[in-house]
Design a protein around this ligand. Structure first.
Ligand code: PAF
Length: 308
């Protein structure tokens, strides 16, 4: 069955290209006429991976088109996902299925509330990908995508065809998986953004390692109070391992700051601070980072306005 991809960032392009390569009918939705024209000039996505470069041609439509959508992969930035969903709402029917693949927490629940839990699958991925240029995606690290349904342990994996080249896992507790990814993102992303450093430096610069340790302890208090089981070792050890494993990378949040784009801080640290408030738990170090990243965003936004 046809897949429609909304959100042509790195993960959206990776999934679209893998579907096309597996012989599954797929198309993109682009929301602005300028992006649509930019895509039409290329006519496809270039996938760069261990097998070399593959050009994967596929059609695209503007969000305002009328073509019905049966299976939607929603993989915009988290802060944009509700607006993105609304832009194609008129093309969905009660039979349409939606797979949401994004960072952070909070918006998945909002999308499930808007569309109805039963038609929404939620994913969490450890695949590493980045855009070399618009619609040209590098699959930099092979991971796994866990997929499940909020409040339902038995949801089936969506039909992606037998030749689909990404690793999938049916997840009976996707909420806990999202919390584990949130824990890693809360420990690594804002720190790298404010210190303008590679992930690996969090494990080699003592002051950064110490700050990461405090963030992990605060996070664990919230997770414990929510009844969420994180990892089979302390969060600090797990987060430092991820920082080492991705040592040369710049986190997605730092990349957003450097490119003067909005970050997902509200859906990552903002979500955690909100949960902490509800539980009456103090998370002063996360709260301080939330403010610092907000200020960085404001400063980069001002400098972008100044440039244009
Ligand atoms: O957001 C990111 O950049 C990644 O999820 C992670 C794990 C922090 C590694 O770069």
């Amino acid at each position: 069955m046809h897949w429609t991809i909304l959100g042509a960032g790195a993960i959206g392009c990776l999934w679209a290209a893998q579907l096309q390569r597996a012989g599954v009918p797929v198309s993109l939705v682009l929301r602005s006429p300028a992006r649509f024209a930019q895509y039409q000039a290329k006519g496809g996505i270039t996938l760069i991976d261990g097998t070399g470069e593959t050009f994967c041609p596929m059609p695209a439509t503007l969000a305002a088109a009328q073509t019905p959508i049966r299976q939607l992969l929603l993989c915009t930035k988290a802060y944009d996902s509700l607006a993105a969903l609304e832009s194609v709402w008129h093309r969905l029917s009660t039979d349409s299925r939606i797979l949401v693949l994004q960072n952070g927490l909070g918006t998945q629940q909002q999308i499930a509330a808007r569309a109805g839990k039963a038609r929404v699958l939620i994913g969490s991925t450890t695949d590493g990908a980045y855009l070399r240029a618009p619609f040209e995606v590098v699959h930099a690290g092979h991971g796994e995508t866990a997929i499940g349904q909020l409040g339902c342990a038995a949801a089936r994996l969506p039909d992606l065809g037998p030749g689909f080249g990404l690793q999938l896992r049916q997840d009976p507790n996707i909420e806990a998986t999202l919390w584990r990814k949130l824990a890693i993102n809360c420990a690594i992303n804002p720190l790298t953004a404010v210190h303008d450093c590679r992930n690996g430096e969090l494990a080699t610069v003592p002051a950064y390692t110490q700050a990461l340790g405090i963030l992990c302890t605060e996070f664990e208090a919230v997770a414990r109070a929510r009844g969420i089981v994180l990892f089979d070792r302390p969060l600090q050890e797990q987060a430092l391992q991820v920082a080492r494993n991705t040592g040369d990378n710049y986190s997605s949040m730092l990349q957003d700051i450097r490119h003067k784009r909005p970050t997902e801080i509200e859906q990552i640290t903002g979500f955690l601070c909100h949960q902490a408030d509800l539980l009456g738990i103090d998370v002063p170090h996360h709260r301080a980072l939330l403010e610092q990243v907000r200020q960085l965003e404001t400063a980069t936004f001002r400098s972008r306005q100044h440039e244009s």
